[in-house]
Design a protein around this ligand. Structure first.
Ligand SMILES: Cc1cc2nc3c(=O)[nH]c(=O)nc-3n(C[C@H](O)[C@H](O)[C@H](O)COP(=O)(O)OP(=O)(O)OC[C@H]3O[C@@H](n4cnc5c(N)ncnc54)[C@H](O)[C@@H]3O)c2cc1C
Length: 383
């Protein structure tokens, strides 16, 4: 078996996810995007199928799956419905992965079975109005108060808040010489008094929505602190690396679906008496799209195997995020061009990918930030 071959179980999972989208079909996806509204029915159905606990240890009700299993699931979900895949990613990453890696035994028993069954959903709030790419400069504070903490400050661009029961929040608990020191993470109930959410109008990823969160002395008990006081940056770094696998797998699936749709289109659309796919300028676009998808997929499974082997590092994660984010953006752009006016029409899916794919090179660490990380491993010091 080569490094990237998949097991019979992973092949079966791939087939199951594909057949799931015969039930939650394209019309369902379009309706969720157009309305916009979250795909609650599909999410609930996935809980019943056990997919929401795929990476959760069996003792807490999960499937005990590997990073490669997660990549297979998210790649196929991304091919069917990217926003659904990203909802699942948040649950697997900021829910299961964070708690399993950094939660106490009491926290694991309390939350993991519900997360794995789809009864509890989680989102993530790191970015602030004044701390985006420079995330460690965050200023939302958590101060000790009674049996817990009071959180004050603002978080921007929090995705999926309206469908979440808890939001994982990164806060500043002390000021040291290094901005990375003094950061602590909490699992905050989304209904906490003193926490308000305001929806933001965004270009894409409309079904789950994006919000501005304002914390005004929101009280959180100490048993909802994840990891050590002032030790949050190490947790966030590891979580973001896992996030890069999840996002890249989902976007690779989405890019594959753009390629498939565009290929169908250029084979049937005729101009000048022949299918437009016969024109070299169009055929080369499809060839470029196929290469981009293939390279992204190779990076996804290379990184997943390295995570499973315990050999993945920050550089691997940065290369993956850069390659897969840029690939989806380029493939979506080429898809619109190859379809002409129909690619630009709201009647087709190409425009949705065009909008959604723009986030791939911005969110979760922009392409520029990934290049900075890679450049540092070459001995350079980009500021
Ligand atoms: C739809 C959407 C959903 C999101 N969901 C979430 C979420 O759920 N949770 C969350 O915490 N955040 C979320 N984000 C935030 C996202 O991760 C940030 O937008 C991203 O990290 C960039 O930060 P910024 O927007 O403040 O841009 P800035 O940091 O202001 O960057 C602006 C530009 O400057 C460039 N730049 C900045 N610093 C450097 C540098 N040192 N070198 C080179 N170039 C640089 C950037 O690459 C970018 O091109 C979301 C964002 C969007 C748009």
């Amino acid at each position: 078996m080569s490094q990237f071959d998949q097991t019979a179980e992973q092949d079966a999972l791939r087939r199951s996810v594909r057949s799931f989208f015969t039930r939650f079909d394209r019309e369902y996806v379009r309706e969720c995007d157009r309305t916009p509204r979250p795909p609650v029915e599909a999410f609930t159905a996935m809980g019943d199928l056990g997919w929401l606990g795929i990476n959760c240890p069996e003792q807490y009700g999960g499937g005990g799956g590997s990073a490669t299993d997660v990549a297979v699931l998210l790649e196929e979900l991304g091919a069917g419905f990217l926003d659904l895949a990203l909802w699942v990613f948040r649950v697997l990453s900021h829910g299961v992965h964070a708690l399993d890696g950094y939660g106490t035994e009491e926290q694991k028993q309390r939350f993991l079975p519900d997360i794995a069954a789809g009864r509890l959903s989680v989102c993530f709030a790191l970015t602030e109005p004044e701390a985006g790419s420079d995330a460690a400069a965050l200023t939302t504070t958590a101060r000790r108060s009674g049996d817990g903490w009071e959180i004050s400050g603002q978080k921007v661009f929090c995705s999926g808040f309206k469908v979440s029961d808890y939001v994982m929040v990164a806060t500043r608990t002390s000021k040291g010489d290094r901005k990375q020191a003094g950061i602590t993470t909490f699992f905050v109930p989304t209904t906490t008094p003193g926490l308000e959410a305001r929806p933001l109008e965004m270009l894409g990823h409309r079904p789950l929505g994006t919000t501005l969160l304002t914390f005004d002395g929101a009280h959180v008990p100490d048993d909802l602190r994840i990891g050590p006081v002032d030790g949050g940056w190490a947790i966030l770094t590891k979580m973001l690396e896992y996030e890069r696998l999840c996002l890249s797998a989902a976007r690779t699936g989405a890019a594959q679906s753009v390629l498939d749709d565009t290929l169908d289109y250029v084979k049937q659309r005729k101009q000048f008496g022949q299918p437009i796919g016969n024109f070299q300028a169009v055929a080369h676009k499809l060839a470029d799209m196929a290469v981009l998808v293939e390279v992204a997929r190779t990076q996804v499974y290379r990184y997943a195997h390295r995570l499973d082997a315990g050999t993945a590092d920050t550089r691997d994660a940065a290369i993956l995020k850069l390659v897969a984010g840029e690939a989806y953006k380029k493939v979506a752009d080429l898809g619109v061009q190859a379809m002409g006016g129909y690619g630009y029409s709201m009647e087709y899916d190409a425009q949705r990918h065009f909008r959604d794919s723009r986030l791939g090179t911005i969110g979760g660490g922009s392409s520029e930030i990934q290049r900075n990380i890679i450049a540092r491993t070459l001995g350079l010091r980009p500021s």
